[in-house]
Design a protein around this ligand. Structure first.
Ligand code: COA
Ligand code: AMP
Length: 638
């Protein structure tokens, strides 16, 4: 078997040969004309001229191969006390009927369909139904507020929205329909139809003419067949935080995506067809798109869809119960989930009460896997614990220990080495517009040499300019990840921090700039800053600092409470924005730049140098006192 070094070298030296070989694992209706179309740099397209259908590859072909009775999807929902099994044959029928519903509502190839759903199997059916007829889905995470949903509706302009009456957060029912109605009222682009899945615990009122009952339509629908699309046609749009209140619509194509994801599950995660693979995330995130829905189904595995939390549904043993009960081989989640479990079951009693003999490996991503959490997981589970690094934009891992190729020694705090296909370099962040590579061990901007491999974003939805400006301009010829870190002498990658205003809250990506935009809209706020402070559970949480307009006499407590509510109402509970502090002023440089980094260090109790360019050191002294007064600078941290 070829080892990691040889596989990696070949992927970079002969990428077309490498990916054409991987593409043999996918069914094509028409083979590609060119593996890599590099005729219009910096836009690169994989498998140009090829035609396929992603749903066929994820569902129908397994049935056609006589594997229709195998379980494709297990839905495990501790919040409703239900477990459901769907064979590939049942999955095909569900998806084909829902595709028929969409077609009957006028949805055709290239139309957008927005999906705003909790973790129920119908969310996966919805994504696959879109893929089946060549429609482009855009899934929006349930923890976002109506305004965020409206922003995405306006950008994607969906013809139809698929949603459900509610989600369930541990034991709280979250009605989705009022959020959806408010979002549609706010959006300029109105959908023609909404199809609503009524859940027994909450009934949604339907708007006559616009809204339809999911089950009624599905019962009456004719099954729709797979429509072949170009490899380069979009499969989905997934919005992710940028540096402003306008999220970026990351586009994923059909061909490169199917090839890369199929390859990744075998080679990175070491999973074989028929095995049970579980990702505990949400279909609203890229992790859910790639590793709850597409990759495991493309490979013919059984995927687990989990509607629950790591703790509280009902306890910190929930993950081990699922792994034992469904015979999960490989499991993927975020480090924050492990920190939550460790806090409640530090000695791993609940782990030892389960038979996990068939369990082979744990993968962690979404945020840096802090060494104490990795060490605890290794000790408790006695299987490889693999930190791997990737982003919404990349669609699949950039840095990992590729268990399916060759298991390399783990260095805690590192995501191991570059995944085949990804030519990762550390560039001098100070030298924008030029490319100066830094020597081993030095920290700089993590960048990937173009062309990116299949499955990575080809562009942003209807916005080539922002795509080029945001990712491809700082370092010509490279994709800028937005992460900073180093590559050591053993070629191990260490991802340290972001180079922009993004923070990582419980493995959810948030823009502090976006939160600042919301806070600045409060009528009493003159200016504000949001920083990500260390949190023992969530990694980071946002903290807002507010300077009031002159003459405001209202109580600071009231304004702080309103600010917290404003963020919850505009962005959503997922922002975990719980603290705003009214302060006298914000420390700035002489050119007026707010010293967010210095305030973050103070809040985290780190030593910090007095910035040479500070305008008024007294303001920093006041901030220091205000943060200490609020209990910052001496708390538990990761
Ligand atoms: N719909 C509605 N609300 C949601 C939601 C959804 N789909 N998902 C989360 N929320 C709400 C939560 O109820 C919580 O609300 P609250 O402030 O009223 O308590 C808030 O959003 C923050 O949620 P979360 O960050 O998930 O924190 P939590 O306190 O509920 O749970 C952990 C803490 C660590 C258990 C949890 O963060 C976790 O397991 N995260 C997994 C991370 C993950 O899967 N990331 C995906 C990328 S890999
Ligand atoms: P998202 O696009 O929401 O998946 O978030 C991607 C960002 O999460 C990356 O750019 C990193 O900042 C961070 N991230 C994800 N995985 C890791 C990891 N294994 N180590 C460090 N940071 C990570």
């Amino acid at each position: 078997m070829t080892g990691y070094a040889e596989t990696y070298r070949r992927s970079l030296e002969r990428p077309e040969e490498f990916w054409a070989e991987a593409a043999e694992a996918i069914d094509w209706e028409r083979r590609w004309d060119r593996v890599l179309d590099d005729g219009r740099p910096p836009f690169f397209r994989w498998f140009a001229g090829g035609r396929l259908n992603t749903c066929w590859n994820a569902v129908d072909r397994h049935v056609a191969a006589g594997r229709g009775e195998r379980v494709a999807l297990i839905w495990d929902s501790p919040v409703t006390g239900q477990i459901g099994h769907f064979t590939y044959l049942e999955l095909r029928d569900e998806v084909a009927r829902l595709a028929g519903v969409l077609a009957s509502l006028g949805v055709a190839k290239g139309d957008r369909v927005l999906i705003y759903m909790p973790m129920v199997p119908e969310a996966a059916f919805a994504m696959l139904a879109c893929a089946r007829i060549g429609a482009i889905h855009s899934v929006v995470f349930g923890g976002f507020a109506a305004h965020e949903l409206a922003t995405r509706i306006d950008d994607a302009k969906p013809r139809v929205i698929l949603s459900a009456s509610c989600g369930i957060e541990v034991n709280r029912i979250i009605p989705y329909k009022p959020l959806l109605d408010a979002a549609i009222a706010e959006a300029r682009a109105k959908p023609e139809h909404c199809v609503i899945l009524q859940r027994p615990m909450c009934h949604a009122e339907l708007v006559p003419g616009r809204d339809h009952d999911w089950r009624e339509l599905a019962a009456a629908a004719r099954q729709a067949e797979c429509v072949p699309v170009l490899a380069t046609d979009p499969l989905y749009i997934l919005y992710t935080s940028g540096t402003t209140g306008i999220p970026k619509g990351v586009v994923r194509d059909n061909g490169g995506h199917a090839v890369a994801l199929h390859w990744s599950l075998r080679n990175i995660y070491g999973v074989q067809p028929d095995e049970v693979f579980w990702t505990a995330s949400d279909v609203g995130w890229v992790v859910g798109h790639s590793y709850i829905v597409y990759a495991p189904l493309l490979l013919g595995c059984t995927t687990v869809m989990y509607e629950g939390k790591p703790v509280g549904t009902p306890d910190a043993g929930a993950f081990w119960r699922v792994i034992e009960q469904h015979r999960v081989r490989v499991f993927f989640t975020a480090p924050t989930a492990f920190r939550a479990i460790k806090r409640e079951d530090p000695d791993g009693q609940l782990i030892r009460s389960r038979n996990l003999d068939q369990f082979r490996a744990l993968f962690l991503a979404g945020e840096r896997a802090d060494p104490p959490t990795v060490a605890w997981a290794e000790e408790q589970l006695r299987v490889p614990v693999i930190d791997h690094w990737w982003q919404t934009e990349t669609g699949w891992p950039i840095g990992a220990n590729c268990l399916g190729i060759e298991r390399l020694p783990v260095k805690r705090g590192s995501c191991t080495r570059a995944v085949p296909g990804w030519d990762i370099r550390v560039l001098d962040a100070e030298a924008e517009g030029t490319v100066r590579e830094l020597p081993a061990g030095e920290i700089g901007a993590l960048a990937v040499k173009l062309p990116l491999p299949p499955g990575a974003l080809p562009t942003l939805w209807h916005d080539d300019d922002t795509f080029v400006r945001s990712y491809l301009t700082t370092f010509p010829g490279f994709y800028q990840t937005g992460d900073a870190g180093s590559i050591d002498a053993d070629r191990y990658i260490h991802v340290m921090t972001r180079t922009d205003d993004i923070i990582n809250v419980a493995a959810h990506r948030l823009s502090t700039g976006e939160i600042e935009e919301v806070l600045a809209a409060h009528p009493d706020v003159a200016e504000c800053a949001v920083i990500g402070v260390a949190d023992a559970l969530k990694g980071q949480v946002p903290l807002g600092l507010l300077v009031l307009k002159a003459g405001i006499k209202r109580s600071a407590d009231d304004i702080e409470r309103e600010a917290v509510q404003l963020v919850r109402d505009r962005i959503g509970p997922v922002a975990s924005f719980k603290t705003a502090l009214v302060v006298a002023g914000l420390p700035k440089t002489r050119s007026g730049k707010i010293l967010r980094g210095t305030m973050r260090r103070i809040a985290d109790g780190e030593l910090y140098p007095m910035p040479a360019t500070i305008d008024d050191p007294a303001v920093l002294g006041e901030i220091n006192a205000a943060l200490a007064n609020a209990g910052y600078g001496k708390r538990d941290r990761v």
